[in-house]
Design a protein around this ligand. Structure first.
Ligand SMILES: [Zn+2]
Length: 393
């Protein structure tokens, strides 16, 4: 193992220089394989397919044959850079200025992957190969996209092989301002809905001969938007429904359209599961539609059910590692969007801890080199504590 390979900054630069916008691998998984295989990891590369979605490459690497198997999960795919002219440096150049590394994926989340690899290699070096279990990496190229040919299918593959994960850290950028702010111990569920209200097309001057669906749609979405689902729980914010799109297939101001549509997104807490949320929506639609005499239908999509990893060994170990390195006790949070942790939670306890999320998906996404070193130290301390604790139990 070369020293350069264990340097999180050099590794983050190598990863950023692969323009791996979803679903392109662009060499990013090869960069990891070239570091992990010589260090003794068994590396599996797998491509998954599904009709109607692009093929996506994924990687699972493991060192050690015994349990417990602590897994680090992440994604090498990135969102598009947008207008590259607005960037201070080209988005895939991985330039460093004044101690800050610029590039798409610097914090979401090639930087954290580099930190974890560096921490794992550092830990292996210190324990002289006497690992108290196994370390694995589950890296997908399909987190920012449809998330169909990524983590969910790697987990199926692991299950078929009888490969067990005992604990998982997802390296998503969990910290609002500084490393050590927050560990994510859960996520709200996310559900998309589309409501269609049916009417009858006609001339705007002869409304009695038509049936305008737009005011009826408005009444229904008003009820959906203003009826609280709940008041929150000790671990979660109140659930929320946000209408995000309204449309009618119509361009003429003198024509009443035959239908009107609204799309909405619901973020729901641990008082609910998806079937209950769908039922709640139908009840609200039924009640509002009865008042205005609307014909309607609703359909749902979305894969992210709510989860919560209760405080326990995994949360405690990361909390202790953060406290030891940065001298602060992180908040345990469930706010923010979904991540692949929503798939992993069905297999083992999972938390998220990574870099600072202030510049994710933005022009000039960037990370201070000091953050990369701090996060590497936190992960290394976490691995040490994790195996110490496992040996003692
Ligand atoms: Zn991410």
């Amino acid at each position: 193992m070369s020293l350069a390979a264990a340097d999180p900054v050099a590794l983050a630069q190598s990863l950023i220089r692969c323009p791996s916008v979803t679903p392109d691998e662009a060499g990013a998984l090869s960069v990891l394989e070239e570091v992990l295989a010589p260090a003794g990891f068994t590396v599996h590369r797998m491509t998954f397919s599904e009709p109607g979605t692009p093929d996506v490459e994924n990687l699972y690497a493991r060192i050690g044959g015994a349990g417990p198997n602590v897994c680090f999960a992440g994604h090498t795919d990135v969102v598009p850079p947008g207008d590259t002219a607005q960037w201070t440096f080209p988005p895939f150049a991985a330039e460093i200025r004044d101690g800050v590394l610029y590039g798409r994926g610097a914090v979401d989340m090639k930087g954290a992957i580099a930190c974890f690899v560096a921490a794992a290699l550092g830990h292996l070096e210190r324990c002289g190969g006497q690992l108290g279990g196994s370390i694995s990496l589950l890296i997908t190229g399909d987190e920012e996209g449809p998330s169909i040919n990524g983590t969910a299918k790697v987990l199926d593959w692991l299950r078929e092989r009888g490969e067990r994960l005992d604990a998982c850290v997802v390296g998503e950028p969990s910290n609002p301002h500084a490393i050590g702010d927050e560990i994510k111990i859960g996520r709200r569920g996310s559900l998309n809905g589309e409501l269609v209200v049916f009417g009858k097309q006609g001339h705007a001057a002869y409304p009695h001969l038509a049936d305008n669906p737009i005011p009826k749609l408005a009444r229904i979405i008003d009820r959906l938007s203003t009826t609280p689902l709940d008041e929150g729980t000790p671990d979660f914010e109140p659930s929320s429904l946000q209408v995000t799109v309204i449309s009618a297939p119509n361009t003429a101001t003198n024509v009443i359209p035959s239908e009107a549509r609204a799309k909405f997104n619901i973020r729901y807490n641990d008082l609910h599961r998806r079937p209950g949320v769908e039922e709640w929506v139908r009840q609200q639609c039924t009640a509002a539609a009865e008042e205005v005499g609307a014909r309607w239908s609703v359909s749902f999509s979305g894969t992210g059910d709510v989860f919560l990893t209760r405080p326990g060994p995994l949360v405690d170990t990361m909390t202790e590692a953060v406290r030891a390195v940065v001298g602060r006790v992180p908040r345990l949070s469930t706010s923010g969007g979904t991540s692949d942790a929503r798939f992993i939670q069905a297999y083992c306890p999972v938390i998220e801890f990574g870099l600072v999320n202030e510049t994710i998906h933005q022009v000039d996404e960037r990370v201070p080199l000091s953050d990369l070193h701090t996060l590497t130290a936190v992960y290394e301390r976490f691995l040490e504590q994790f195996f110490t604790r496992a040996a003692g139990s």
